[in-house]
Design a protein around this ligand. Structure first.
Ligand SMILES: [Zn+2]
Length: 175
């Protein structure tokens, strides 16, 4: 064997189960508030899988994503760019999570850094999830409407706020 085990969690979040202040736990799971420390940890995990490579003229791995699952595991993935079908890093990480039998995303982040050949001092950027990824998370599990999407080191927004008007509508005729 050897090498990476695809589909397995890449780690367990060190900060899960305790708040940054060491205050009370909430049901043994995670603090209600999202501390900057945990965001930074996820951002670091997303950055760690960046693996920019051009193959057959298509650039893969220039966006990396990491997510914290409902069980407190961290899954990561990179974008895959094919002509017929592109896979965002977020969906790549979510596929790894589902491979491991988990379906709830607590927190997710995606990052991108400019090619060092273009900008040796390229800064890391956090990318908001595209529309496909927003719908993907929602369709996998209604609970993911409560997913915290990291938009900056100290800024998160719930998926439901990034995906308004997602409810199945009432019929027009109510007779
Ligand atoms: Zn996407």
């Amino acid at each position: 064997m050897g090498g990476p085990v695809h589909g397995a969690p890449v780690g367990r979040a060190a900060s899960v189960g305790r708040s940054s202040s060491g205050a009370a736990r909430y049901g043994g799971l995670m603090p209600v508030s999202i501390g900057a420390m945990k965001n930074d940890e996820l951002i670091d995990r997303a950055e760690s899988v960046l693996n920019r490579k051009t193959v057959n003229g298509r650039l893969h791995g220039d966006v990396g994503a990491a997510l914290l699952s409902g069980k407190g595991d961290i899954y990561a993935g990179v974008c895959v760019d094919t002509p017929g079908w592109g896979l965002c890093a977020e969906r790549s990480a979510i596929a790894a999570m589902i491979t491991a039998g988990e379906y709830t995303v607590r927190t997710i982040v995606a990052v991108w850094r400019e090619d060092k050949a273009i900008d040796p001092n390229g800064k890391l950027h956090i990318l908001p999830p595209c529309g496909y990824c927003r719908q993907f998370m929602r369709d996998i599990n209604d609970d993911n409407l409560g997913t915290d999407v990291v938009l900056d080191r100290n800024k998160v927004i719930k998926l439901k706020d990034l995906l308004p008007h997602h409810e199945w509508p009432e019929p027009l005729d109510r007779r």
